[in-house]
Design a protein around this ligand. Structure first.
Ligand SMILES: C[S@@+](CC[C@H](N)C(=O)[O-])C[C@H]1O[C@@H](n2cnc3c(N)ncnc32)[C@H](O)[C@@H]1O
Length: 474
């Protein structure tokens, strides 16, 4: 048994990074996890917590550098919760991501290693995102260099930026970011300056009071359109305040094509409005993927890395092996982007999605692209799928099902209905290898996993997207 104690210092050799992004080392066979460490480094670390199965440590010093170390390019790296892996070269990031898919699928779900392809890299590794969500806070988190400067003038009552790594309630003032665009950082700064001078205060998570809550910036990378979504609490004269800020921003940033204002008084820290109004422009932006044009509203899900997702949708199309006669279900369909990318290869697609705004976008997207063989149903998948799979729905037995659930994976009732409906093929698009492994395990009763293709949609983070092709056992 290890002699590690909370507070003790030890030397560690960093062996790998694990799913979720943390680095791992062993001391006498005992597992130690830590942040801010690169495989191949020897570090001095302090034990922060010790549990029965593992310990958590804080790196104090790098004693020997790894041959696989990259110099981070963002000044906020280490503090910011956005990127975890700027200090790992991109090629190595891809290798670790494949390891994590293998760990989940081969070791937990019993899938053959040869079925898992190498990760397809993202065509862009900087400024690849089309959406960023920034949070306001009335308690600004000071950065190490801000504390070191001993500057006493910092206004600590207004922050707008991203979360500090590891903290859901701490926000720092972001001054640089390489994920979306230089424009998005400029907009962020102007909004923050406005907020500082405003009579309204930023929201306090602790007191659940205040006005300014979130700023979401969405960009059409191929159309140069920008949507700003401002979320606030509902306050008298709040509308006029947002209108004034909007007019100010529209004058400064000609690429802002639309602004939406949503209000929410819910405690949950999610950028989802209870009611919304369009302040300026059409209330949505457009984006191109392949030959198709998509309309995206403020609350609709749309894949955040357009250049990489084109390859993913193409892979879905190839894995489908469509002949033109198939009936397809597109589960968790968002704005219909998968349905639209396969529509001309199949007979009919039925998409299901819980966010009504996204369903309206999906219908409009079909119209925009001259597609008339897709229909979309709004509602919780576990309820809607049972209805469309049930009686009185002759002709709606799918040949192929594409499913693209959120991180939590598919609801057990959805898996059950899929097993009963038993389409010939299931294409499972997943952003979480752990829930993918769980669901593939459940589906293995009737399905064999034939091919798994991981994609890197999120460079410099530990996130990984995977497409798996499952064929029904005869
Ligand atoms: C990962 S996204 C996939 C969207 C789409 N396939 C795409 O590629 O853009 C997951 C989608 O599932 C939707 N969703 C989440 N929970 C749901 C549920 N219980 N029933 C139906 N849709 C749900 C979300 O709103 C989101 O649009």
């Amino acid at each position: 048994m290890s002699e590690l104690r909370k507070g003790s210092e030890t030397e560690l050799f960093v062996e790998k990074v694990v799913f979720g992004g943390k680095a791992l080392a062993h001391v006498d066979g005992f597992v130690v996890f830590m942040e801010h460490a690169v495989p191949g480094q020897k570090v001095r670390a302090r034990i922060l917590r010790k549990k029965r199965q593992y310990a958590e440590a804080q790196v104090l010093e790098v004693l020997a550098q790894s041959s696989e170390y990259a110099e981070p390019f963002c000044p906020h790296f280490g503090t910011c919760g956005g990127c975890q892996w700027q200090d790992i070269p991109y090629e190595a990031q891809l290798r670790w991501k494949r390891e994590h898919v293998l760990d989940a699928l081969v070791h937990l779900a019993g899938i053959e290693e040869t079925a898992v392809n190498a990760v397809i890299p993202s065509p862009e590794v900087l400024y690849y995102r089309n959406k960023m969500e920034f949070t306001f806070s009335n308690r600004r988190w000071l950065l190490p260099e801000e504390i070191a400067s001993r500057e006493t003038q910092y206004d600590k009552t207004c922050a707008l930026g991203l979360h500090v790594r590891g903290y859901f309630d701490k926000i720092f003032n972001m001054e640089a970011c390489f994920l979306e665009s230089p424009q998005s950082v400029d907009i962020l700064r102007e909004v923050r300056d406005w907020c500082r001078k405003s009579a309204f205060s930023p929201y306090s998570i602790k007191e659940q009071d205040g006005f300014w809550r979130f700023l979401v910036i969405r960009e059409g990378k191929r159309t140069n359109q920008t949507l700003l979504h401002l979320l606030t609490t509902d306050r008298p004269a709040g509308r006029e305040e947002v209108d004034a800020l909007s007019a100010y921003l529209l004058e400064r940033f000609p690429r802002i094509t639309t602004i939406v204002h949503s209000v929410t008084d819910k405690k949950a820290q999610v950028a989802m409005g209870e009611s919304s109004r369009v302040v300026s422009g059409p209330g949505y932006i457009e984006e191109r993927l392949g030959k198709a044009l998509f309309r995206i509203s403020a609350h609709s899900f749309f894949q955040t890395n357009p250049s990489a997702v084109e390859g993913l949708y193409e892979k879905v199309r190839q894995m489908g092996g469509f002949t033109g006669s198939e009936i397809v279900w597109d589960l968790y369909c968002g704005t219909g982007s998968i349905a639209i990318s396969i529509a001309s290869d199949v007979r009919r697609v039925t998409g299901i999605e819980v966010v009504e705004e996204a369903v309206r976008d999906a219908v409009e997207n079909c119209r925009l692209n001259g597609i008339d063989n897709c229909r979309f149903l709004a509602g919780d998948l576990k309820d809607v799928i049972r209805k469309i799979a049930g009686d009185g729905n002759a002709g709606e037995t799918p040949d192929v099902v594409v499913t693209d659930p959120p991180r939590a994976g598919m609801h057990p009732d959805v898996v059950k209905t899929l097993l009963e409906t038993a389409p010939k093929r299931i294409l499972y698009v997943s952003c979480n290898p752990a829930t993918l492994a769980r669901d593939l395990g459940l589906l293995s009763e009737r399905y064999r996993v034939c091919e798994v293709q991981p994609f890197d949609l999120f460079p410099h983070t530990s996130h990984i997207e995977t497409v798996a092709r499952l064929d029904r056992r005869q």
